[in-house]
Write a protein that binds this ligand. Structure first.
Ligand code: EPZ
Length: 416
């Protein structure tokens, strides 16, 4: 089982240019079956979930070529309508191929999606959206199956601003016969970036970043598109700086995308400077507790940053309370942090954290992507050596974390 060995106690200093966004590129890869002609994506992150998506695209008959971070795709040779089961079951975003394959092929088969074990992660909103736009969808022991003559367009109402279901609606609406209005849409930057991509392919989209998005479809053509920086990966490196009393600048990210997380870093007592496309975090004194913090849809404090902030709260000088409102099992990280010496008690979706002076290195196990990154942040702050198993989880979403952290002064090595 691949592991990461971390010798803690080294202050991180320096700067890095952040990788392309995992949660922006994955829906764009699902969308890439829609346009005619060649699409070129740049700044594509070299991560596990992208590799799986490219295997799915190849299996569908899309031509895929990757060289020097430049990904060239062409769906003119698309011939499949089934997402290979073993691939689809490995990540959440495979569910987005439903909307794009129905749009392009009028039929689709797929396994239920996989993804981090942070909750039950149902797909009911996705299926509801596709049905509202005219598809027949069945789900059962054999997975998901759908067919449509052509998506109709119309009004799609979301009872909750689900990121994935909003993206699903956009992918279906982009090939519909008429305009679509998505009400109750998610406002996350990754949703906005998908709209920007579909716009570059020829769709007319208005309202991205608000709760109501209007899609006016048009024939879709290939385009050149640069994947923007990953805001959660950026927040991860800033959290590592905070954990080690360091001084780190992350470039290639608009601070606006991280506004609520930067506010939390400031509440923790860190100095945060912002530029047009960079953020610098400096931590000098003790970390301060945050009496009440909770996750929520954008622009609220993102659930994906919760596992990166939890170890910081565990090192703060007092009691903090953190409520996880999005995923019912996302506080599981607390048990592993307690093995490093943290004092975190979890009841249902609330974590009560009593800060400790320091962590002590130990063996811990990653069991999901952001939880694994949270363990890495904690190990960097711990006294002594920590061994983190389940490195593959971290590599699903982070591009060469050990290289980036070593360049900032961490003492890290990989095993297996
Ligand atoms: C996306 O997941 C991200 N993944 C997640 O990041 C992120 O945590 C999440 O959005 C929230 O921001 C990708 O973009 C690939 P949701 P998604 O639909 O789309 C419930 C990471 O670490 N729900 O907004 O699955 C769901 O159970 C990952 O990068 C339904 O009930 O999130 C959850 O409670 C983890 N039915 C809530 O909505 C549905 O059909 C939010 O989920 C869909 C969702």
């Amino acid at each position: 089982m691949p592991e990461i060995i971390v010798e803690g106690g080294h202050r991180l200093r320096g700067e890095l240019h952040i990788q392309g966004s995992k949660n922006a590129v994955l829906p764009i890869l699902a969308a890439s079956v829609l346009p005619e002609g060649e699409t070129v994506l740049t700044h594509v992150p070299v991560i596990g979930d992208v590799a799986v998506s490219l295997e799915i695209l190849s299996a569908l008959g899309v031509s895929v070529s990757l060289a020097d971070g430049r990904l060239t795709l062409c769906a003119d040779s698309l011939c499949g309508d089934e997402v290979p089961r073993e691939l689809g079951a490995r990540m959440r975003s495979s569910v987005l191929f439903l909307g794009s394959l129905l749009g392009r092929r009028q039929k689709v088969r797929a396994a239920f999606p996989g993804g981090c074990a942070i909750g039950s992660r149902p797909v009911g909103l996705h299926l509801s959206v596709l049905r509202q736009l005219g598809a027949e969808i069945s789900s059962g022991g054999n997975g998901l199956c759908g067919r449509v003559g052509r998506f109709t367009g119309g009004v799609v109402a979301l009872p909750f601003p689900s990121v994935g279901a909003t993206e699903q609606a956009l992918l279906a609406a982009a090939s519909a016969a008429g305009d679509t209005v998505i009400r109750g849409a998610a406002r996350e930057p990754e949703v906005q970036i998908l709209c920007d991509f579909l716009g570059a392919c020829g769709a007319k989209i208005r309202g991205q970043g608000t709760a109501e998005i209007r899609v006016m479809p048009a024939p879709l053509h290939g385009c050149h598109f640069e994947i923007p920086g990953d805001r959660i990966a950026a927040g991860t490196y800033l959290a590592a700086a905070a954990a080690t009393a360091g001084d780190v600048t992350v470039r290639g990210i608009p601070p606006e995308h991280l506004k609520s997380s930067l506010a939390v870093f400031r509440l923790l007592g860190c100095r945060v400077d912002e530029g047009e496309d960079w953020v610098r975090l400096v931590r000098e004194g003790m970390l301060r507790p945050v009496p009440r913090l909770e996750t929520g849809p954008y622009p609220g404090f993102p659930t994906d940053m919760q596992p990166l902030i939890l170890p910081l709260l565990a090192l703060a000088s007092g009691e903090s309370r953190l409520r996880e409102n999005l995923f019912e099992n996302r506080l599981g990280l607390a048990g592993e942090l307690n093995r490093l010496g943290a004092d975190i008690r979890v009841c249902d979706r609330l974590a009560v954290i009593h800060g400790v002076r320091s962590f002590t290195g130990s063996s811990v196990a990653a069991s999901d992507l952001r939880g694994g990154a949270g363990l890495l942040v904690a190990a960097l702050a711990a006294r002594g050596v920590s061994r983190i198993t389940g490195r593959r989880y971290i590599e699903r979403g982070y591009e060469e974390p050990e290289r980036n952290l070593t360049a900032l002064g961490a003492a890290i090595r990989l095993i297996g």
